[in-house]
Design a binder for this molecule. Structure first.
Ligand code: NAD
Length: 358
């Protein structure tokens, strides 16, 4: 069996790093990697040469039985791939129905790693958590760089500066990493979540948990929060407004699987915020937690900067690729038995991820 690794077309990461190949030691499996695939992530071809055949893109596309990428392979290249091959990537199936249809028509198989359930048993393959953790960290660093002020308290001969106030909306994987990073930089942090269980985690990181009573507090199948009532969201928006008005940085991360992100920062709230406040909206790709967010754009309104970068992990490509690679390798080990693809749909992880199967 040939497993192909392609260079990403608009991302600095690479799906598999050399260290993973070294560990993946399975006879009957040959790895082929597109020339230069890991260069932007600081993994030059020479690091792969011992474990994989470094080849041109067309050969990898044509020969591979499994093609591993982070983002979906561009649609115009799908017809070059051999029938029955398996594509493993993040397909965001809720937003990509046409692409899935096209793969079906071309008799390609597809597994979407973002559909791995976020349960204990699947933890070692959970690419969403790996990438969210990086995004939470990068969001705070980005906010610190964009902020016109310091994060830590400063007492100097030229005067004293109070610590920065950071508000985090949604204390899941990205939110908790954002809280931890902001605390390390010396900020005072407050956080909201609809799950009461998040309180202990938030407080253990030295932040204040803000509760809005009346939340529907349960995790749906797959480890995600459930949608709240419009009445609750409205009360929450009011509570967020009070806190956001005095914050210097707001990091938003609230999400509900397969649904538009809840609006927690309204236009009216942004208008009440101080000029110079930085908002990093991690949910921008699913509509945003801020009413004014635009995906992959920075919007400035009355001095408030709202950053909608949807791929912060690409800005930290070396370690992001390392995490992704380990997650993918664990997934590949689940779907390959003795050098053959073995898709056991009785396995919850496999069943959840397979979009098309021949
Ligand atoms: P997660 O499911 O672990 O966390 C989301 C949290 O939001 C949960 O704790 C949930 O309880 C909470 N939540 C849901 N509705 C809420 C509400 N109304 N008020 C307060 N909290 C609420 O998700 P995650 O992996 O941390 O990802 C968070 C977001 O970051 C997602 O939108 C994801 O797509 C995005 N993300 C962005 C990037 C990027 O580069 N921009 C990278 C990775 C993830």
């Amino acid at each position: 069996m040939i497993i192909g690794i392609l260079k990403e077309t608009a991302d600095n990461r690479v799906a598999i790093v050399p260290k993973t190949l070294k560990k993946f030691n399975e006879k009957d499996i040959e790895f082929q990697i597109e020339k230069g695939a890991g260069v932007l992530a600081s993994y030059p071809d020479k690091k792969y040469e011992k474990y994989a055949k470094v080849s041109d893109r067309l050969s990898v596309l044509k020969q591979a039985d499994i093609l591993v990428t982070i983002n979906p392979i561009p649609e115009q290249e799908l017809k070059l791939i051999k029938k029955g091959a398996m594509l493993v990537a993040i397909f965001s199936p809720f937003n990509n129905a046409a692409l899935i249809e096209q793969m079906k028509e071309l008799e390609l198989q597809a597994a979407s790693l973002d559909m791995i359930p976020r349960t204990t048993i699947a933890q070692t393959m959970d690419i969403l958590s790996s990438m969210a953790s990086i995004a939470g960290y990068r969001a705070v660093l980005l906010a610190a760089m964009e902020s016109p002020g310091f994060f830590p308290m400063m007492i100097t001969a030229a005067g004293s500066i109070k610590p920065c106030k950071v508000l985090v909306l949604g204390a899941g994987v990205a939110g908790l990493q954002a809280i931890a990073t902001a605390r390390r930089l010396g900020a005072i942090v407050e956080a909201f979540d609809v799950r009461a269980a998040a309180k202990e985690e938030v407080e253990s990181l030295g932040a204040k948990f803000v509760e809005v009573p009346g939340a529907i507090d349960k995790r749906d199948a797959g480890g995600y929060a459930v949608e709240q009532t419009p009445e609750f969201i409205e009360r929450q928006q009011q509570e967020v407004q009070k806190r956001a008005a005095s914050s210097d940085v707001v990091i938003t991360t609230a999400q509900i699987l397969g649904k538009k992100a809840p609006i927690l920062l309204t236009k009216e709230t942004v208008d009440k915020m101080k000029p110079g406040t930085i908002v990093v909206d991690l949910a921008a790709s699913s509509g945003g937690n801020c009413e004014l967010s635009e995906m992959d754009k920075t919007v400035i309104r009355k001095g408030v900067k709202i950053i909608g970068n949807s791929n912060l992990a690409s800005d930290m490509p070396k370690d992001a690729s390392f995490f992704y690679s380990n997650n993918v390798a664990n997934y590949l080990k689940l779907i390959i038995k003795e050098g053959n693809l073995h898709l056991d749909l009785n396995n919850e992880i496999i069943d959840n991820t397979i979009l098309t199967k021949s």
